[in-house]
Design a protein around this ligand. Structure first.
Ligand SMILES: Cc1cc2nc3c(=O)[nH]c(=O)nc-3n(C[C@H](O)[C@H](O)[C@H](O)COP(=O)(O)OP(=O)(O)OC[C@H]3O[C@@H](n4cnc5c(N)ncnc54)[C@H](O)[C@@H]3O)c2cc1C
Length: 416
């Protein structure tokens, strides 16, 4: 049986940052990745726009990943690739992990774990569309994998459902490769993607964005031949008499990402119904002692820079981990927040800088975020514009606030 201090599961940017931080923190570290190569989703993201915050440079996904992979290799950290973690058992002293690869079944023990397993795309099964089940319905990430990694075109003429970032990026990519993108259809009244992607991927390529419209039916037996689109009301219900049939050979879905947390669930980690990721404290430790979470497994990020930041935080804390009593209080938010991470604060671990990530529930203009300790306002920050697709990051110094187990720590949004 192999023994180590920290096991990081997932070799994307979150896992790489976590492993580097854990090793630098003095822990014997092992990274396990199910794919043959490190880099996670970045391997197929050949567009630029990565690393603006961290490196002040516009890198492609593979370039961004390469920097971390080089640092990882230089640090001499052990990695098991093409290795899939199938089971984790908690023991009195740590964890026993079972993984499978070409050499067989491996058993490894560790004192702490970092879950950096990323997220997966919602599929056609999760957005109820009537009709047959022909070939030609792809998630945007699958279409991206076909074009960027396999060099194969999945469509000549397509419709994109959902205005998430991957769909916007694929609208541009497919157009550049010679396909016709007839339009992006979004059921909500506002787009789901980053503003920069709306301009750089749709506007600049004259690809129409149809808000408050959705795909209600697909046609075709072996291969998709057409889709039916329809306007929807505020409750996202199709409006009678508005449907139209559009001839195309593919439907590309960009209808959301879900953090991948099967291993966390098997360990009894408590999940947040809003983020679908683990509830954690400011060190990114989950509800199970010694289990840390970061990157898209924790909550879906739009910028890789913050994915790496969370990996670093989780890896550092995992290397430091020792069993001690927790004294946690909740960070509560008003309904203007879609979610906040972390959800809890350990009073034994309030450093001078706690990083808080959040998204607004809807588009808000000219508003103040207020941090309240019981009834006392301790921090106010003005935002001229908040949009749900754009994650916000805030640094708060909780250390000097004399928080106790009875403190009610709340975040409010005052809209002017
Ligand atoms: C199409 C697209 C475009 C993007 N564009 C931008 C952009 O322009 N700028 C930007 O900053 N960000 C962008 N992002 C966001 C950024 O790339 C992601 O947020 C980031 O890569 C997520 O990193 P991660 O490490 O959390 O997850 P991932 O990169 O998904 O890595 C998770 C890894 O865990 C492994 N894994 C999962 N389960 C197991 C298991 N049981 N055993 C072993 N291994 C396992 C997976 O194989 C995977 O390699 C984009 C993302 C996508 C998908």
């Amino acid at each position: 049986m192999k023994q180590t201090d920290v096991i990081v599961i997932g070799g994307g940017p979150a896992g790489l940052a976590a492993a580097l931080a854990a090793q630098r923190g003095g822990a014997r570290t092992l990274l396990i990745e199910r794919e043959p190569r490190l880099g996670g989703i970045l391997k197929q993201c050949i567009h630029d726009g990565f690393g603006l915050v961290r490196f002040s440079e516009q890198l492609t996904g593979p370039e961004y990943a390469e920097r971390d992979i080089n640092a990882f290799k230089q640090a001499g950290i052990e990695a098991l690739t093409t290795t899939f973690v199938t089971r984790i058992k908690k023991t009195a002293t740590g964890f026993i992990l079972t993984a499978v690869n070409q050499t067989g079944v491996l058993t490894i023990t560790a004192k702490a774990l970092v879950l950096a397993t990323g997220c997966r795309e919602r599929t056609a099964r999760q957005v109820f569309i009537h009709g047959t089940r022909p070939a030609g319905i792809f998630t945007a990430g699958t279409a991206q994998h076909y074009i960027n990694l396999l060099g194969q075109m999945p469509t000549k003429k397509c419709v994109i459902l959902g205005s998430g970032d991957i769909g916007l990026i694929m609208a541009r990519r497919l157009t550049l490769e010679g396909a016709t993108v007839l339009g992006v259809y979004e059921a909500k009244a506002t787009p789901s993607g980053l503003t920069r992607n709306l301009y750089q991927c749709l506007h600049d390529f004259d690809i129409p964005l149809h808000l408050s419209q959705t795909v209600t039916r697909v046609y075709g037996e072996e291969r998709l031949t057409a889709v039916e689109v329809c306007a929807v009301d505020e409750a996202m219900q199709p409006i009678a008499g508005t449907s139209q049939k559009i001839d195309c050979d593919a439907l590309i879905l960009s209808v959301g990402l879900i953090p991948e947390n099967e291993l966390a669930i098997s360990l009894g980690v408590e999940l947040d119904p809003k983020t679908k990721g683990p509830i954690c404290n400011a060190t990114l430790m989950t509800s199970v002692d010694g289990v840390f979470s970061c990157g898209n497994a924790l909550h879906v990020n739009d910028l890789v820079d913050y994915v790496s930041e969370s990996g670093q935080l989780a890896g550092t804390a995992a290397a430091d981990f020792s069993h001690k009593q927790r004294a946690e209080i909740a960070l509560t938010t008003d309904p203007n927040f879609a979610y906040m991470v972390p959800q809890r604060l350990d009073l034994n671990d309030t450093g001078t800088k706690t990083i808080v990530y959040f998204r607004s529930q809807q588009v808000l203009k000219n508003c103040d975020l207020i941090v309240m300790v019981n009834e006392r306002e301790v921090l106010r920050k003005h935002y001229s514009h908040l949009r749900p697709p754009e994650m916000e990051r805030l640094e708060v110094d909780f250390a000097h606030l004399n928080l106790t187990a009875d403190t009610i720590l709340s975040f409010k949004m005052e809209v002017h």
